[in-house]
Design a protein around this ligand. Structure first.
Ligand code: SF4
Ligand code: SF4
Length: 130
């Protein structure tokens, strides 16, 4: 695929995942604390829409939460959500999108904070400009 097509695919998968999160609302944020956080008392561990801000501080985390488009993060759900029966369909759909991303996006790595800009830089180094 050409660089532009790969980016379009990145965006397409991201939007699909984003829509799934909107449809199922698995994280159920209340006062910036997600359900996993509230249930397990992980104070501030998953505040403001991001799962890793305390244990692994992220440069992209701002006062209003995540400030970038990061597909790896968007496809991630925690153990708590993945084991919740009500979210079986969501988990399966996200797994499908994950497989699609790995299959169609060369160089894309799951479970990383690789942003869209990072991915574009990677593509520029590995594919011809279109
Ligand atoms: S995926 Fe889990 S840990 Fe992350 S924000 Fe959602 S409920 Fe919290
Ligand atoms: S890039 Fe990922 S880890 Fe960083 S703030 Fe955004 S969602 Fe959180």
């Amino acid at each position: 695929m050409r660089q532009m097509d790969l980016l379009a695919e990145y965006d397409h998968i991201y939007e699909k995942a984003d829509n799934l999160f909107k449809e199922y609302n698995p994280c159920q944020f209340v006062d910036d604390l997600c359900v996993n956080n509230r249930y397990n008392n992980y104070s501030e561990l998953q505040i403001n829409g991001c799962c890793g801000t305390r244990s692994k501080p992220c440069e992209h985390f701002g006062s209003k939460g995540c400030a970038v488009k990061a597909l790896g993060c968007k496809l991630h759900i925690c153990f708590y959500v993945s084991q919740t029966k009500a979210f079986n369909k969501l988990t399966a759909e996200l797994a499908k999108l994950e497989r699609r991303a790995v299959r169609l996006l060369p160089g894309f790595k799951i479970d990383t904070r690789m942003t869209r800009s990072d991915y574009l830089i990677l593509l520029k180094g590995t594919t011809k400009r279109t």
